[in-house]
Design a protein around this ligand. Structure first.
Ligand SMILES: [Zn+2]
Length: 332
């Protein structure tokens, strides 16, 4: 069984102290549910995609990144063997998750009809035995909620995830929509006996609301400013302002930074009714040119230093916080 001192990676195990500089939320490969039905999409070329991901890992290693956490839920094209291939070819440590996406964008039929204990048992199996026949174990559990309210489906999955996290002693990482429902996530998982400091409330930079951010750190959870470069949601300068403000108020030990970048797509990204991205690379270059996983080190670190965040605090955020979150023994 995993435990506080052993983290499962896609190629083996490590300890929290070995994680080093960590990006907590990035993706090697993503496909929205039903991507395989989109026969109009360009063919997925596995070798090209792998080479692209390995090249990205080498660029991150040049910035000192040692661990890449890809919290792809089961229903978003998760391919842990592909992750292992990329990890082996690049030398980057990669950690994958079990867990499912939020109701609106997930693949919901089976889990909607399974009882909460079955879902918890499925998550536990993926953590303690492995995913499918691969033998690759999930290192933690992904939870997700939609915008503004937690649906019954999502509540059940959060409860299942919390039970599995408690039994297997692994952390939880979340998706939120537009910076909502973070406090609900904390409430649901702590009600199942999981301490708030085992949860990283992701995408909390989806809203420019300092009071919301303080509800999350005040609730004892880690807070993800993990969509750096997605300026179609909010400008990075707003994120930098809010990060610097949390640091000034003494909350640096709660903050995790990442981009939610996507290195390769299965099918065409579909962003809403009729909003189909035929060429993701061209779309990113046009609409959010800074959305790549080295952006933190190249453009955000200098902005944070200018905003008064010292280097040792940046090291706390990128190197120490992920290790403390995984080790679980200590609240931030
Ligand atoms: Zn993501």
């Amino acid at each position: 069984m995993p435990g506080m001192d052993t983290i499962h990676t896609v190629t083996g195990t490590c300890t929290p102290a070995e994680l080093g500089r960590t990006l907590v939320h990035e993706h090697i490969l993503v496909g929205y549910p039903g991507w395989h039905m989109d026969a109009l999409a360009p063919r997925f070329r596995r070798d090209d995609a792998r080479a692209r991901a390995v090249e990205m890992m080498h660029r991150l290693q040049a910035h000192g990144v040692e661990t890449f956490l890809d919290p792809c839920p089961m229903d978003l094209g998760r391919d842990v063997e592909f992750m292992a291939e990329v990890s082996q070819a690049s030398g980057m440590r990669v950690i994958c998750t079990t867990g499912a996406y939020f109701e609106e964008q997930g693949e919901t039929y089976t889990f909607r009809n399974l009882p909460v204990e079955d879902i918890a048992a499925i998550y536990e199996k993926e953590i303690s035995e492995g995913i499918g026949e691969t033998g690759i174990r999930a290192g933690l559990i992904k939870i997700a909620t939609g915008e503004g309210r937690v649906s019954e489906y999502e509540r059940k999955l959060l409860q299942a995830a919390a039970r599995a996290a408690r039994r297997c002693d692994v952390p939880l990482i979340s998706h939120t929509q537009e910076g909502t429902c973070g406090p609900d996530q904390i409430e649901i998982v702590t009600a199942e006996g999981v301490p708030a400091h085992r949860l990283l409330v992701g995408h909390s930079d989806g809203i420019d609301d300092p009071a919301y951010h303080r509800q999350i750190v005040g609730g004892g959870a880690y807070i993800g400013f993990d969509r750096l470069g997605i300026e179609t949601i909010l400008p990075d300068d707003v994120r930098v302002k809010n990060i610097a403000s949390l640091v000034r108020d003494g909350h640096a030990r709660h903050i995790c930074l990442s981009h939610d970048s996507v290195c390769n797509w299965l099918g065409r990204p579909i962003l809403g009714p009729g909003v189909i991205v035929d060429d993701p690379e061209a779309m990113v270059a046009r609409a959010m040119p800074d959305w790549n996983p080295t952006h933190l080190f190249e453009r955000i670190f200098p902005k944070l230093r200018d905003a008064g965040v010292p280097d040792d605090v940046l090291t706390t955020i990128t190197d120490e916080n992920p290790a403390r979150w995984f080790s679980g023994g200590e609240a931030p």
